[in-house]
Design a protein around this ligand. Structure first.
Ligand code: LIP
Length: 265
């Protein structure tokens, strides 16, 4: 049985190499290859190339594991471990040249089903800043040699990160929801990459993050970062993070934020 630390070593190496490849392609110029769920939901040639690179590296190192990636789908393995991969999280930032996008790689025990897996290792790498956030189950969350811990929110309220997703029908309700959150917020951030939002909660750079409509590869690694940094992370009340909702914060602020949100069950 491979340890979580061994899986993390593989995740960090591949995230770093994949991020460098994506960064190189970004400097060469970005081409949008297609749109997906909505006109705003784009995939670049680099998303596809970087995911193919990650998939090939994992197949070489861990041939019995499953794979679940944003651009190339799911394939079951026989080892009980599945790799959940977003080659470029924050693709719109990547396309516009905003330096907030990341490679996100998680190793989970179980299948490609958020509700059924246990995350063992996760790496989130922003090649533009050079920051690689990493966590393994029971081993803490780290940025370089700094152990990460979620923040405690003061009287000014929480600095809250959120996102609005690609589905235009959800934007009105998301704005109404934000209006309900404002009384407990000191301010709001819209970073544009769920994996970096979650890494920011883990690092205490924001006090909370919530978003509806994200996909498993957006939050698989980041949710482990938050949990290992002492935070609370979930979805609908009592549930796991999912497409209906992802919430992450220090435990006290989480319990203030959760009742203000809408949930899709
Ligand atoms: C993005 C998320 C972001 C969300 C976007 C999108 P992508 O992932 O990280 O939080 O608001 O709608 O889901 O598509 O760049 O991998």
């Amino acid at each position: 049985m491979t340890s979580a630390a061994d899986l993390l070593e593989i995740a960090t190496r591949i995230a770093r190499e994949a991020g460098e490849l994506a960064h190189r392609r970004r400097r060469e110029g970005v081409t949008v290859a297609a749109t997906k769920s909505a006109a705003a939901d784009i995939v670049t040639a680099a998303d596809r190339e970087v995911e193919a690179f990650i998939r090939a590296e994992l197949a070489r190192e861990r041939p019995d594991d499953g794979f679940f990636g944003e651009e190339s789908g799911a394939e079951e393995g026989t080892s009980g471990i599945t790799w959940v991969v977003d080659p470029i999280d924050g693709t719109v930032n990547y396309a516009y040249g905003i330096p907030a996008w990341a490679v996100s790689i998680a190793a989970v025990e179980g299948t490609a089903e958020t509700a059924a897996w246990t995350a063992l290792a996760g790496a989130v790498f922003n090649p533009v800043t050079g920051e690689l956030f990493r966590a393994s189950r029971g081993g803490g969350a780290w940025l370089g040699d700094q152990r990460l811990a979620v923040s405690e929110v003061g009287p000014a309220g929480g600095l809250v990160a959120t996102g609005f997703g690609y589905n235009p029908e959800t934007h009105g309700p998301a704005l109404a929801q934000l209006a309900r959150v404002m009384p407990i917020a000191r301010d709001v951030r819209r970073i544009g990459a769920a994996s970096l939002d979650l890494a920011s909660v883990a690092a205490g750079r924001v006090d909370a993050y919530y978003e509806r409509g994200t996909q498993p590869w957006d939050h698989a690694a980041g949710a482990l970062l938050v949990a290992e940094a002492g935070g609370a992370v979930g979805g609908a009340p009592g549930g796991r993070p999912g497409n209906g909702m992802v919430i992450a914060a220090g435990p006290d602020f989480y319990s203030r934020l959760e009742p203000l949100l809408d949930y899709e069950r």
